[in-house]
Design a protein around this ligand. Structure first.
Ligand code: NDP
Ligand code: X2W
Length: 348
């Protein structure tokens, strides 16, 4: 079988380097192009010694001719970069997976408001599939362009899915309380990411509105067959490097027992290779998924109330970004879905 010829635009950020780490052990991946404007000419393994012995490649300036020779291009770049190059790539038969948000919202007026820029390729939206395999696996197989979901949206949508698909909860009052490690903010130097700012501290941010809220709301609305959802989403920055934990709250329309909810979640994800419903009575923590492509979750019916609680954890750089992107690549190129993604989480 011919290997997939891969280009990565934005190979020095955390998600680009995570793509390289995961693809190093992927038997059908052939990374041919890796771009960085600031590090062009630098050898990848000199900059990131964890990759020594795995790549004999140097960074290059983004170059359309080189990218057009690939079968697949990943964009691990800031918002707005992928949409400027995708039309030309797909016209040349190259498939695209964007780890940023350029193609994640179907309503481009909403997108332009949240991302504060003009969308430059509305025509391409017809070719886009939202890359959450647990929901869109069939459509992903043929997609030319994948909008790889955001990190918080992955943890939150997977956690709410069983309840919403079964119509068990009041869609007018959903709460998602998200916490992320600092790598979620990217590798660029920012005061807010300094160790002295983040360590031994814990805060909410973007409480008045975060750009992941419309992405999550659109995904949840698909699960309710268009019935509107009212979501309160509040992200938090926690003093760890990797990981997202989302605690989700929803009011049941009618009473359900802990055992019924546990069975609902287990049934929903029984055949999913990257979603693990924890046994009743246990709770996932971010260490249980660190470095792996798993989403682990638990469902709880606290005594005496009508509010069901779900906790969902992922590694933001793996299932929340690069791992999910490779899962999408495997599906698009008819490879086994778990290929190159069977890492066991790191502990401690
Ligand atoms: N960090 C995370 O947990 C997650 C991130 N994402 C998204 O993935 C994308 C990448 O994130 P992350 O790796 O953290 O970002 P970083 O800021 O760490 O890296 C960005 C990369 O893009 C390159 N780049 C920047 N501007 C351009 C440009 N105009 N043209 C070409 N290349 C460019 C940079 O290299 P150079 O400037 O040298 O060219 C660098 O390699 C972002 O959109 C982010 O929102 C999604 C899910 C999770
Ligand atoms: C901790 C932290 O800052 N997290 C980022 C979200 C992660 C991310 O990169 O998401 P997108 O792909 O949608 O940009 C944030 O809140 O902006």
């Amino acid at each position: 079988m011919k290997k997939v010829k891969i280009g990565i635009v934005g190979g020095t950020g955390y998600t680009g380097v995570e793509l390289l780490r995961l693809l190093a052990n992927h038997p059908q991946a052939d990374v041919q192009v890796i771009t960085s404007r600031s590090e062009a000419g630098q050898r990848v393994a000199d900059m990131f010694p964890n990759l020594r012995g795995h790549y004999d490649l140097a960074y290059s300036e983004p170059d359309m001719l080189q990218l057009k020779n690939c079968d697949l291009v990943f964009f691990a770049t800031p918002h707005g970069v992928a949409m400027s190059q995708t039309p030309e790539l797909i016209a040349a038969g190259v498939r695209v997976i964007d780890l940023a948000a350029d193609f994640r919202l179907t309503d481009l007026a909403v997108w332009e408001k949240w991302y504060d820029m003009k969308h430059t390729c509305p025509d391409v939206m017809a070719e886009v599939v939202y890359g959450l395999p647990e929901i869109f696996r069939e459509q992903i197989k043929q997609a030319k362009v994948i909008a790889n979901p955001g990190c918080y949206p992955t943890a939150v949508q997977l956690g709410f899915q069983p309840l919403l698909k079964a119509g068990l909860v009041d869609t007018g009052f959903l709460v998602a309380d998200g916490k992320s490690g600092v790598s979620g903010a990217g590798r660029g130097a920012k005061v807010g990411s300094l160790s002295a700012e983040v360590s031994e501290s814990f805060k909410a941010y973007s409480v008045s509105g975060h750009r992941h809220a419309p992405e999550i709301a659109e995904g949840l609305t698909r699960m309710t067959q268009g019935q509107p959802v009212n979501l309160t989403f509040v992200p938090h920055l926690v003093p760890m490097i990797r990981g997202i934990e989302a605690t989700l709250y929803a009011r049941l329309n009618e009473p359900k027992s802990q055992a019924e909810l546990q069975a609902l979640f287990e049934d929903c994800y029984r055949d999913e290779p990257f979603v693990d419903v924890m046994p009743a009575g246990s709770l996932p923590d971010t260490k249980m998924v660190k470095g792996s492509n798993m989403c682990r979750m638990a469902v709880y019916m606290p005594a005496g109330g009508d509010t069901v609680v779900v906790t969902s954890v992922i590694d933001n750089l793996v299932k929340g970004a690069a791992g999910q992107a490779i899962q999408n690549m495997n599906i698009m190129f008819a490879l086994p879905e778990k290929m190159g993604l069977e890492h066991v989480a790191l502990l401690p």
